[in-house]
Structures are given as structure tokens and as C-alpha cells.
Design a binder for this molecule. Structure first.
Ligand SMILES: *Cc1c(COP(=O)(O)O)cnc(C)c1O
Length: 457
């Protein structure tokens, strides 16, 4: 018997409405509208319950790096579920999939990374980061080094600690966050600034806000800085080239740990294995999730640099932290198959030298559209800014909901992109074919026309 019944779209929608509370959703608004039911997927496309074929320009939620329907990942999960569906890594136990994956992650990451701590998601990974950073400084005999500096509009997940590291105001407002000991500085969002500085000057200035913040808090009180190499959920904010080298300099100078949140940028998204490789930083900790399994099963973790791992191992004492599913065997088996597939198909190089530059060039052409004030893309991660006035780059009034109108237009025309305010963002699977890249951009242009019509006074 199949585990899941066959039902009509309407039946699914009614059951969904009656019993299912969705993440990041206005429940009242959804009840008036009903959900779109996605039933299957293949390659870079998803299919809804009405049989509509939709190009997934977001790789699910930035995670399906190898595309849908990859048999080697499916086989890896099946085999592992038969062999050993679950065992934990607590109490001095381990199993082959978690050990093998740990050693593979060490091979594909920078030389300071020789160890990994597993979690079940990106949020959990960042909770681990908070616990680990503070434990490290305790072990170093500097327990007053407690404060972690992050950035406004950052996204690091949705648990209490991860949302505190994040800089999303609406999330903080709803739940009395952030927790103590987390501070936020401005993000390196040049288009969103007054643009009085050149991008390079702006990159330096926003990086130096870290130095100012460290001095303000006290140079002996700051534990770490955390940032996404490219902010994803915040609107694909690609920092100017001057930004990350200056952040690295400041972290080195003040001796604080650098945490690169690689949950989106890991596993090939930017045309390198990790975002830090692209920007040339040398992080001490790298939380990851999403692309590690291409989303086929949930898995996260933290790559732990020698600076931190050596101290934890040498000084000893139990690290009172872990998850039932830390290093889940089936998820680890899928991650191994996923990384092997990325290697065999050369997907990282493909993003850097082939499909990445191809989509980038076509994407920037969208900048000629009257509704578009700016385009940017790095690897296969891009954004465009909707503007009311192409000359002055003035935005639409927020209440017009230009981004939402545009996003719905995309969906009606068979393309998933996401709206962050009036910033449209895109992150297609790394297996995207050239003709699919053409389809993405052609559909986007057509939908920008339709959006302009809908927004016309
Ligand atoms: C998605 C995301 C997270 C949270 O991951 P979950 O698996 O949803 O908990 C953390 N950091 C970044 C940069 C993300 O994009």
C-alpha cells in the first residue's frame, strides 16, 4: 500500500487548510487563497497537482543544487535505510556514513578544516555555532568574550539563537529577540544605500563598521563575527570586492573568530565549493546545510577549523550539546552521493566557467527593462531591483506590493523566483541547461512587461 493517498487537488487544499500551519506564512491570507500543491519534480522543473510544469528558479529553497530526480541520491538513501536507518553518534558511537562524510567534507574545504559537527538543519548549525564559540572562549580562559557581531537583514535561520544571529527586524519583534550578547552592524548593500560612495568605498566603510563595533563593545569582549558570504534571504546582497578582505583583516587584528555561514553559498552555488573560497576569507567556523544533500534529506553541520577544534580536544571536558539526528545515517549517505555527483559532473566548475557566466550575461540584459533599476548575479545566485523610475532609481511605495505582483506573475507563467520586498531573487539548480536559462530570462522579461502593465497608474 502506498504511504500517501491519491487525492484531487481540491481535497489536498481542503485538508491542508484544515490541518496544516505553514512556515513563514500569514495563515489568514492563505486560508482565503489556498496553497499550490506540488506533486512531483524532475531536473530543474516542479509540477503542481494540475499538471503545470514550472521552472524552479529557486532550487526549492536554495537547496536542490543537483536538481530533482537524481537516482544516485535516491539509491544511497534507500540502501542506507535498509542497512542502518538510524543510529546516534552520542555515547562514543559512530557509523560509517557520518564518518565517511566527515572525511569527505575535510577534503573539499580549506586546509584549516579537519573536523565537522553534524546537525539537522541550518538553524541548528547556527545554534551550535553560538554554543561552540562561547565554549571556545571559556576554554581559552576568556569567558568575557561573549558577544557575537552579525549584520542587519542577515538570515541565519529561525530557531531562537539563529534568529538572534539573523538581523531580520520582523522576526526579532515577534519573539523578543535577539538573545543577549548578539549585536548587528549595517549590511554591505550598495544599491540600498544612498550611493554617495563608490561600491569599493562603500564596501570598506561597511566592513569598518565591524571595527567600530568591536571598539564600542570592548576589544576583549567580542567573540566572533558571522556573515553569509552573499546574503541570500535578505535579497542576494553581493558585497563589493573590498568588503570581505577588510572583514578578514579586522577579525585577524582583534583576534576574533570569523564564521562564514555557507548554508546557501556552500556546495557550488558561487562556482567554488564554498563562498569563502570565492572571497578569499579563511573562516574558523562554517555552518552548512541546504546544498549538502541538495535537500533530498535534511542535514546540517558546522565545519570546525583547527583553531577551535584543537582547543576543544586538548582541553577536554564535555561539550553539552548535540541533536538526536546529528549525523543521521541516511542523510549522510545522501550527502556523500550528492558530493560525489557534484564532483563527477564537474558542477562547481560548470557554475564558474559555463552555465554561471551564461546565465549572468542573459540576466544582466534584464537590466534594460524599464522596470529594472539594477541587476546582479554571482555564480548562480542573482537579483534584480524593481524601480518606479529608472533614471532616479526611486522605488515603488511599499503598499503597492510590486515585488509580490511580479512574483505571482512569474508563477502564473511557469517560473518560480522569489520576491524580497521589490528585489526579485533567483538561484536555479546547478544543472540548469542553457535552454532552461533562456527560458528563465525570456519568461522573466515577459513577466516584467506584465508587471509594468499591472502597476501602470
Ligand atoms: C536557510 C538558511 C539558514 C537556515 O537553514 P534551515 O535549514 O532553514 O534551518 C541559515 N543560514 C542561511 C544563510 C540560510 O540561507
Amino acid at each position: 500500500m502506498a504511504a500517501i493517498e491519491k487525492r484531487s487537488r481540491q481535497d489536498w487544499q481542503e485538508l491542508d487548510k484544515d490541518h496544516h500551519l505553514h512556515p513563514f506564512t500569514d495563515h489568514k491570507a492563505l486560508h482565503e487563497k489556498r496553497s499550490r500543491i506540488i506533486t512531483r519534480a524532475e531536473g530543474s522543473y516542479i509540477f503542481d497537482a494540475d499538471g503545470n510544469r514550472i521552472l524552479d528558479g529557486m532550487s526549492g529553497l536554495w537547496c536542490v543544487n543537483v536538481g530533482y530526480g537524481q537516482q544516485s541520491l535516491i539509491d544511497a538513501a534507500t540502501r542506507q535505510l535498509q542497512e542502518l536507518p538510524y543510529y546516534n553518534n552520542f555515547f562514543q558511537c559512530a557509523h560509517p556514513p557520518s564518518i565517511e562524510l566527515a572525511s569527505i567534507l575535510q577534503e573539499i574545504s580549506q586546509p584549516q578544516f579537519n573536523r565537522v559537527f553534524f546537525a539537522g538543519s541550518g538553524s541548528e548549525s547556527n545554534d551550535t555555532v553560538v554554543r561552540m564559540v562561547r565554549t571556545y572562549w571559556d576554554l581559552m580562559g576568556q569567558p568575557q568574550r561573549h558577544t557575537i557581531i552579525s549584520r542587519k537583514n542577515a538570515y541565519h535561520g529561525s530557531t531562537v539563537a539563529a534568529a538572534s544571529l539573523g538581523g531580520m527586524k520582523p522576526m526579532h519583534r515577534q519573539s523578543g529577540l535577539p538573545i543577549p550578547g548578539i549585536e548587528h552592524i549595517d549590511q554591505p548593500y550598495w544599491f540600498g544605500s544612498d550611493r554617495s560612495l563608490s561600491p569599493d568605498e562603500f564596501g570598506l566603510a561597511t566592513a569598518r563598521a565591524l571595527e567600530e563595533k568591536i571598539r564600542e563593545i570592548g576589544t576583549d569582549k567580542v567573540a566572533a563575527f558571522i556573515g553569509e558570504p552573499v546574503q541570500g534571504a535578505g535579497g542576494v546582497i553581493i558585497p563589493p570586492d573590498t568588503y570581505w578582505p577588510e572583514i578578514q583583516r579586522i577579525c585577524d587584528e582583534y583576534g576574533i573568530l570569523l564564521i562564514s555561514d555557507e548554508v546557501i553559498t556552500g556546495f557550488g552555488r558561487l562556482g567554488e565549493w564554498f563562498g569563502a573560497d570565492h572571497f578569499g576569507t579563511r573562516p574558523d567556523l562554517m555552518p552548512f546545510a541546504k546544498g549538502v544533500t541538495s535537500g533530498y534529506l535534511p542535514l546540517g553541520g558546522v565545519l570546525v577549523g583547527d583553531r577551535v577544534a584543537d582547543v576543544m580536544i586538548e582541553k577536554g571536558g564535555e561539550f553539552f550539546h548535540g541533536y538526536t539526528y546529528s549525523g543521521h545515517p541516511a542523510a549522510c549517505a545522501v550527502a556523500i552521493a550528492n558530493i560525489r555527483l557534484i564532483q563527477e559532473e564537474g558542477l562547481v566548475g560548470r557554475v564558474k566557467n559555463d552555465i554561471g557566466p551564461y546565465l549572468q550575461e542573459r540576466w544582466h540584459k534584464l537590466g534594460e527593462h524599464p522596470l529594472v533599476g539594477d541587476t546582479r548575479m554571482i555564480g548562480l545566485m542573482g537579483a534584480l531591483e524593481l524601480v518606479a523610475d529608472k533614471e532616479t532609481l526611486e522605488r515603488f511605495p511599499e503598499k503597492r506590493g510590486a515585488g509580490t505582483i511580479c512574483r505571482d506573475m512569474f508563477l502564473e507563467n511557469g517560473l518560480v523566483l522569489r520576491a524580497v520586498g521589490d528585489t526579485m531573487v533567483c538561484a536555479p539548480p546547478l544543472v540548469l541547461k542553457p535552454e532552461e536559462a533562456d527560458e528563465l530570462v525570456d519568461t522573466a522579461w515577459k513577466c516584467l512587461d506584465l508587471t509594468a502593465e499591472a502597476l501602470a497608474p
